[in-house]
Design a protein around this ligand. Sequence first.
Ligand SMILES: [Zn+2]
Length: 121
Amino acid sequence: MPKLNKIFLNEQKNILFEEKNKIENRLAGFAKESKIHEGEWTSNMPDFDKGTSLEEEADEVEEFGMRLALEQSMEGQLKAIDLALDKIKKGTYGVCDKCGKEIPQGRLKVYPQASFCQKCQ
Ligand SMILES: [Zn+2]
């Protein structure tokens, strides 16, 4: 069992929740969360008006591609955050997933969703 104290764990929990909110808010700006699968997002499709020129459509499609990449990266971050929150609940937070050693608090402060120690990263 890691020797992390409750105060530290609570702080980490707050940071993780804050981060989660931030990412979800950003995602909500251009994507919709699935109503069936929590944590799964779909980028809004570009909608083409009749007055849209081909050039504008090309821009939209390019932007859509970037949004998809961003959405995937943010989804990955959300999953890591959920995993960390789950570990806090189960009392396994702060332990390296690979070697089972404690992840230093300093590292957890910088990167609260870390699941590996520096060596195993
Ligand atoms: Zn490790």
